[in-house]
Write a protein that binds this ligand. Structure first.
Ligand code: P6P
Length: 323
């Protein structure tokens, strides 16, 4: 029976018992993510002291400076996920191409992840996070990553904030687990998370408003202000989405004249966050189509993102003039 304080491993095993044909593979896959993120959390906490801040001097596929914690997080996830033997392939924001671990030759799943999203905030001690998306292995090649988001087997994120929280869905709702550093266990703290139908926060980088290309978007934001909404924007997707799931409202990274498809990545940012939002009773769209219905064409493709509670999302759909 699910209860507050239950540890993540017990929760995963309890969920597994709901599926008589379960082999335990997904459970072991989730435990590997749990272990990797606990180690990442300890490094994130030490970052200020361990002099691992600052640039690692390399650029990733996005052409962005890579900070040392990015590399460390990426390497830790590759190590734990490969060693688990539960993943046929791994795709990461930090890797140009997916990798196919030796140990995963018979594995049932593939996983895409952003090892440390929001890393530009590392040096100013703002919350950052790990985002992951698990799909079934189908064709045993890169196309296994190019499945629609609604087919995800599991999706989640870990937010390294004032506390470390793992938020997870395997398709039966959303549950949040807070890391108790004293015992090194994630404990159920937010059972059955539901996004409020209506919030009072909008979260968007308004400095881009002159570049937005969605007709009606500026009017939409102004109408929220007229309704008394406040603005909160951290510039770290995991933190902004986490707050939106808990407090309600809307988070958006729209397309603009510079980024015709927005900035956020479909596979390991938009799709898992859309899965969680929908599982929590909200909605997620590009402004033109539901994010979970998009058939990806490239593992690093970008999409515009609008996600949030029913009220804000229905209002958005009624005000955006691009259908
Ligand atoms: P901007 C962080 O770099 C990130 O990828 C997301 O975590 C965040 O939502 C977005 O970019 C912030 O972008 O252009 O507003 O700084």
């Amino acid at each position: 029976m699910t209860r507050i304080g239950m540890d993540l491993n017990s929760f995963i095993l309890e969920q597994e018992r709901l599926y008589p044909n379960a082999t335990g593979s997904l459970s072991r896959a989730l435990v590997a993510i749990e272990s990797a993120t606990k180690v990442i959390a300890s490094h994130v906490r030490m970052a200020g002291l361990a002099d691992i801040l600052g640039m690692a001097g390399k650029k990733n596929i996005q052409g962005e400076e890579v900070k040392k914690l990015d590399e460390l997080s990426n390497n830790l996830l590759i190590q734990y996920l490969s060693q688990s033997g539960e993943f046929f392939a791994l795709a990461s924001e930090e890797l140009d191409e997916p990798i196919f671990p030796e140990e995963g030759k018979d594995a049932k799943y593939v996983i895409a992840f952003d090892p440390l999203d929001g890393s530009s905030n590392i040096d100013v001690n703002i919350s950052i996070g790990t985002i992951f998306s698990i799909h079934r292995r189908v064709n045993s090649d890169v196309s296994d990553f190019l499945q629609e988001g609604y087919k995800q087997v599991a999706a989640g994120y870990v937010i390294y904030g004032s506390s470390t929280m793992l938020v997870l869905s395997t398709g039966n709702g959303v549950n949040g687990f807070t890391l108790d550093p004293a015992v090194g266990m994630y404990l159920l703290s937010h059972p059955n998370m539901k996004i409020p139908e209506k919030g009072k926060i909008y979260s968007i980088n308004e400095s881009n408003d002159k570049k937005w290309i969605d007709a009606g978007l500026k009017e939409y934001i102004e109408s929220l202000k007229d309704e008394g909404y406040t603005s909160r924007y951290i510039g770290s997707m995991v933190a902004d989405v986490h707050r939106t799931l808990i407090k309600g409202g809307i988070f958006a990274y729209p397309a603009d004249v510079k980024n015709k498809n927005g900035k956020l990545r479909l596979l390991y940012e938009a799709s898992p966050m859309a899965f969680l939002t929908v599982q929590a009773g909200g909605m997620a769209t590009t402004g033109k189509e539901d994010i979970l219905n998009i058939k990806p064409t490239d593992i690093h493709q970008r999409v515009p993102v609008f996600l949030g509670g029913k009220y804000e999302m229905e209002k958005l759909k009624s005000m955006l003039k691009n259908g």
